[in-house]
Write a protein that binds this ligand. Structure first.
Ligand SMILES: NC(=O)c1ccc[n+]([C@@H]2O[C@H](COP(=O)([O-])OP(=O)(O)OC[C@H]3O[C@@H](n4cnc5c(N)ncnc54)[C@H](OP(=O)(O)O)[C@@H]3O)[C@@H](O)[C@H]2O)c1
Length: 281
């Protein structure tokens, strides 16, 4: 297959599907669907085609990316299950394990989690292969993930917790940045410079963390002068139990992701017992 001409269908061009479509549009032929209404004008301008239906999109594509909400996954997969054409499905839906997806779609499946920064190709994507994904198919998926930013392969058992980190993470970071900006506004810094100072500081600190390989506590210590400015701020953060709050946030969001996954699994088992009451396969 000619990778430069890879045809990608994105089923569910909402927040994350739209972001992925935007990232892929310069590198692949991309079409996208929504349940109702048109795909965003920005996607059309970027060269993404609007497909009339999920079936037509899947029939045209080499690779299908599923980016609907978890409860919409089954109806969409049932709709495209008999379509010939695509050789790989990448599911971005939270909580949906590969074994459930594989039962319906009959092609190799990769489950992934990404975040909204993939719109500008700065996302972080983690993925796990389902059964029978060949090296060539994984390479194809990695080409797609590369267009969206950085990526890593992980054990599927970690994907629910990573939903709370990689998927939800931008919401936590924006909360921190917003609070820093508000603090700067309180002391009178102009809005535009407060925003740039917060955002660029976060980018620089993250890049240094990744490049140096040092522990965050070590890098934080390098910023602290005894009796200086930084320790005053850190003291207030400790008073506010900020680290505990973040640990609790990741723990609570992970627990929610696991709960969602258990509900999905339970529903699949109920459906199995209705369709196959004597356990005959
Ligand atoms: N948002 C994030 O930051 C993020 C990050 C990583 C993963 N995810 C995962 O990505 C999935 C989508 O989340 P989201 O936040 O992007 O939700 P969203 O904004 O609601 O997007 C879902 C899209 O799916 C479309 N859709 C629903 N049923 C459909 C159907 N039968 N055929 C075609 N399109 C259909 C919807 O169309 P309409 O617009 O017409 O209703 C909507 O555009 C979820 O499973 C979520 O776990 C989200």
């Amino acid at each position: 297959m000619d990778r430069r001409r890879l045809k990608v269908a994105i089923l569910g061009a909402g927040t994350i599907g739209g972001a992925v479509a935007m990232a892929l549009s310069p590198h692949f032929d991309v079409c996208a669907t929504r349940r109702r209404g048109s795909i965003a004008p920005g996607l059309i301008e970027a060269g993404v085609e609007e497909a009339p239906s999920n079936r037509e999109a899947a029939g045209w594509a080499d690779l299908v990316i599923l980016s609907v909400k978890p409860k919409q996954v089954m109806p969409v997969l049932e709709e495209i299950s008999s379509v010939e054409g695509p050789r790989l499905l990448i599911s971005l839906a939270a909580a949906m394990p590969t074994w459930i997806l594989e039962r319906i779609c009959h092609i190799p499946v990769i489950r992934a989690m990404t975040n909204t920064a993939c719109r500008i190709r700065r996302g972080y994507t983690v993925y796990a292969n389902g059964r029978g994904v060949s090296q060539a198919e994984e390479d194809l998926a990695r080409d797609v993930f590369r267009s969206m930013g950085s990526f890593d392969r992980v054990d599927e058992q970690h994907l629910d917790v990573l939903t709370a980190m990689a998927g939800s993470g931008p919401a936590y970071i924006y909360t921190v940045l917003e609070a820093m900006i508000l603090g700067a506004l309180k002391v009178g810094l102009p809005r535009d410079i407060a925003l740039k100072a917060a955002a660029h500081t976060a980018i620089g600190a993250s890049c240094l963390l990744l490049d140096s390989g040092d522990h965050p506590a070590e890098l934080r210590d390098q910023v602290i002068t005894p009796g200086g400015v930084t320790i005053e701020g850190l003291y207030e953060l400790e008073e506010g139990r900020v680290r505990t709050a973040f640990m609790r946030a990741v723990f609570a969001a992970s627990a929610k992701a696991v709960e969602l996954a258990e509900t999905v699994r339970g529903q699949a088992e109920v459906r199995d017992s209705v369709e196959n009451p004597r356990g005959v396969n």
